[in-house]
Ligand binder design. Sequence first.
Ligand SMILES: N[C@@H]1O[C@H](COP(=O)(O)O)[C@@H](O)[C@H]1O
Length: 203
Amino acid sequence: KRIVVLISGSGSNLQAIMDAIDTGQINGRIEAVLSNKADAFGLQRAQNANIPAITLKHTDFDDRHHFDQAMIEKIDQYNPDLIVLAGFMRILTPEFVRHYQGRMFNIHPSLLPKYKGLHTHQRAIDAGDIEHGCTVHFVSEELDGGPLAVQGKVSIDVDDNEESLQQKVHAIEHVTYPLAVELYCANRLMWTQDGVVMDGNTL
Ligand SMILES: N[C@@H]1O[C@H](COP(=O)(O)O)[C@@H](O)[C@H]1O
């Protein structure tokens, strides 16, 4: 499968997916990495792996609509089967989401539908939760609201703080995201009219 990854920052999830392709876990190829931030370290990771690393700065466009249209033009040059949002910190327009509906993943640092939005680790601690984690979901027009695909869980210990919990969640993300991409690339995971189907079972 042909994959395009969108990032805004460090790209540790991008790296985990690149490593899983190298080991043969994922039957796919990253055709390009696109960032809305020119200083995103993830671009460096892509260049180190000889993957086209593209910067498209949202600040160069008048509004979201024009930025997203420019992204679509750039991304479609790579004819992707899957778009992976990996720490891409822009809210996408409905047009963009509809254009890639059913072939676009996002990862969110909580056990959705709990804690949509920001500051998920501190909110889980403040709520007294004993478990937390991350969610890979298909992207829909509802922010952090698309159908769930794969989740990874961690325990919250009494001595955990926001930073220690973030590190735990990052570690489980680097297992969970490659697994979701692996299943999608193997046609074992898809979003159908009946919902998300994995290995023939509706989730
Ligand atoms: N959406 C969130 O943004 C972060 C990106 O991290 P990285 O992949 O850039 O290291 C991840 O924690 C992800 O859940």
